[in-house]
Design a protein around this ligand. Structure first.
Ligand SMILES: Nc1ncnc2c1ncn2[C@@H]1O[C@H](COP(=O)(O)OP(=O)(O)OP(=O)(O)O)[C@@H](O)[C@H]1O
Ligand SMILES: Cc1cn([C@H]2C[C@H](O)[C@@H](COP(=O)(O)O)O2)c(=O)[nH]c1=O
Length: 219
């Protein structure tokens, strides 16, 4: 990744690089995003670690839907197409208001999830991955996506061991469907010329972090 920071003597700062961590619930995306930010800073770069749903107003509403604190009209489940549009609106806001200004300032940005999550999760929920891709078109691609490959049963075991809150998508059968949609979505993004790097996420945390760093160092 390009060294971030001021260009000196009036030269513009080199643009930061935008790297995304992706995977099933329990794959380790939050852990690896945090560790990658720490490694980038230890390497002398300026790094900003973020996540989706974002900390913005739409992301907050999405999180409330995911944890069932907000339901749909008359207490029904929130409409899945509407939820897909909320994820896309949060992504556009997140990219325009938080990510792009930092990249322009030469700061590397690491996000725990981005568009590929919508293709996989809303693709599995709706069966309409092309529509999901279209509604997310305004956000633009990252410089690279690092996909942590973890079998659904391993990911679920980790979440249960950590007794992490059960959100609406954290159900075994649905996670197996999401895993299959991830493979379809990765092929789609690669056909479009996007960089998606697969990493074995079932190894110990430190080994996965080393593989993440090796992948990022090639960018
Ligand atoms: N490589 C690993 N080996 C074993 N356990 C791991 C590994 N990576 C993460 N974990 C553990 O699995 C649990 C989930 O990790 P983490 O929160 O990073 O996953 P996640 O993909 O962000 O999950 P979610 O998307 O549901 O938040 C945590 O308890 C974490 O310590
Ligand atoms: C960005 C994004 C996320 N999701 C799903 C994936 C997870 O189940 C939750 C986020 O939970 P996390 O523990 O903070 O990773 O939301 C989704 O369905 N679509 C998306 O675009």
């Amino acid at each position: 990744m390009s060294a971030a920071g001021g260009g000196g003597r009036g030269r513009p700062a080199a643009r930061g690089r935008f790297v995304v961590l992706e995977g099933l619930d329990g794959a380790g995306t939050t852990t690896q995003a945090r560790l990658l930010g720490e490694r980038l800073r230890a390497d002398g770069r300026t790094a900003h670690v973020t996540a989706e749903p974002s900390g913005g107003p739409v992301g907050a509403l999405v999180r409330q839907v995911l944890t069932r604190r907000v339901t749909g009209v008359a207490g029904a489940d929130f409409d899945p197409h509407a939820l897909a549009l909320l994820f896309a609106a949060d992504r556009r806001d997140h990219r325009a208001v938080e990510i792009d200004p930092k990249l322009a300032a030469g700061i590397d940005v690491v996000s725990d999830r981005y568009t590929l999550s919508s293709l996989a999760y809303q693709g599995a929920a709706l069966g309409e991955m092309e529509w999901v891709r279209q509604v997310n078109g305004a956000a633009g691609p990252p410089d690279a996506t690092l996909f942590l490959r973890v079998r659904p049963e391993v990911a679920l075991r980790r979440r249960r061991a950590a007794s992490l809150d059960r959100e609406i998508y954290e159900v075994g059968a649905f996670q197996r469907k999401v895993a299959a949609e991830y493979d379809r979505a990765i092929a789609l993004l690669r056909q479009a010329g996007e960089s998606v790097i697969e990493i074995d996420g079932e190894r110990p945390v430190e080994a996965v972090a080393a593989a993440v760093w090796a992948a990022v160092s090639t960018l």
